[in-house]
Design a binder for this molecule. Structure first.
Ligand code: MG
Length: 395
């Protein structure tokens, strides 16, 4: 089984980036160092086994601090005077087996996506090389010092090359050894492999958003792209509403929110199940939010299977249905309308039971009780009603 590693040169002095020549990879992007975004893109990819970062001697401590806690980070090593030397040093530090896949990626390209990394890994497995690139769409001109155009370059077949650039470890090692031996200097790994001449370079689709942060304005663009991705990735939330009412009559148990309560008049709620009006309203709110049929359809009161059933079991069934559809309950809130008995002494236990069944902290289970101020049938104590709302999240 071969391993896949990311090798990330991050030694850029960034002459175009800041006047003091500080390393641009430490610039803050949405409150985190740019380099951390880059390294985490690989750490979060399930196909990547380990990461080596190469940086300047003066930046090693800062690099380690910026990358503290990144699980797949194997080493931060001191690079050389050029990017080429730095990648070469990183290669030796990594000590990968010859068939292992190496993804070399610029530390200053923080927006590389899982899809691009996938294409590079897959490309090496199929073709022995994979370089992320985009076809050139702009018209290209060649101009001299005075910015006078000498020709229009035919853009047919031209690609703008990005990173990752991925090869088998042995190919990259051979290319670096050969470049050093022949005094060849290239601006990327692909040019060294081209110079070696043994392995064809295959291009894979890069992405326009995979920008190299070179100038300060590139940071603003990276920030905007991350903002769009955050919006696109936000979980959808949904709400549902439920209502139920049951008659009170003598000789029945009174169960509310899964708690059996003693009614001073010895009455309980009528119904096919245990008639827990609070849980019935809650089930309907949850089912409604998920777009599922209501409680009367799912658990018909004509079905003997549900005769006298504890409504906690119905809520459990509803929770399992939501789970199967990928819904997560965010919070629920209920109001009971009852003239008697007193509900408040039982609320803490109800929140515990409902929270337990829905996987929610009790703080996410709201239960209030009110009387109907003596008005109407509820006010005369002929029954108990409940309203419920539920909020669900779905990614
Ligand atoms: Mg009911």
């Amino acid at each position: 089984m071969t391993a896949t590693y990311a090798l990330i040169p991050a030694a850029g002095r960034g002459a175009r980036f800041s006047t003091d020549g500080g390393n641009k990879v430490f610039a803050a992007l949405r409150g985190r160092p740019l380099l951390r975004w880059t390294v985490e893109a690989f750490a979060d990819h399930e196909g990547v086994d380990g990461i080596v970062v190469v940086t300047g001697g003066a930046d090693v401590a800062r690099c380690r601090e910026a990358l503290a806690g990144v699980v797949k980070l194997m080493a931060v090593v001191v690079g050389g005077g050029t990017r080429q030397e730095s990648v070469g040093i990183g290669l030796y530090a990594l000590g990968a087996a010859s068939d292992d896949v190496l993804l070399v990626h610029d530390g200053a390209r923080p927006l590389v996506t899982t899809a691009t990394i996938d294409r590079c890994i897959q490309g090496v497995r199929e073709n022995g090389s994979a370089v992320a690139a985009l076809p050139v769409h702009d018209t290209l001109k060649r101009a001299g010092e005075a910015q006078v155009v000498s020709e229009t370059v035919d853009r047919h077949g031209l690609w703008a090359v990005q990173t990752p650039q991925a090869f088998h470890a042995q190919t990259l090692l051979n290319a670096h050894v050969h470049a050093t031996a022949t005094g060849f200097a290239g601006t990327d790994e692909a040019s060294l492999v081209e110079h070696l001449g043994d392995v064809p370079i295959h291009l894979v689709q890069g992405e326009p958003s995979n920008v190299k942060v070179t100038r300060p304005e590139d940071l603003s663009m990276a920030d905007a792209i991350l903002g769009q991705r955050a919006v696109a990735g936000v979980m959808q939330t949904r709400v549902g509403f439920g209502y139920d009412i049951h008659r009170l009559s003598p000789g029945r148990r009174l169960v509310l929110g899964g708690v059996e309560i003693t009614d001073p008049q010895g009455r309980g709620l009528e119904g096919h199940s245990d008639a827990d009006v609070l849980l019935h309203a809650l089930c309907d709110a949850l089912l409604g939010a998920a777009g599922l049929p209501d409680i009367g359809t799912l658990f018909p009161n004509t079905d003997p299977a549900y005769a006298g059933i504890a409504s906690t079991r119905l809520l459990q069934d509803v929770a399992a249905r939501l789970d199967a559809l990928g819904f997560q309950v965010v919070n629920v809130d209920m109001t009971l309308i009852a003239e008697a008995p007193k509900i408040m002494p039982h609320v803490a236990r109800m929140r515990e039971i409902i929270g337990g069944l829905l996987g929610l902290e009790p703080s996410r289970v709201g239960i209030k009780a009110t009387t109907n101020e003596g008005l109407g049938a509820l006010g005369q104590g002929q029954g108990i009603a409940a309203h419920a709302v539920a909020s669900l999240a779905h990614s």
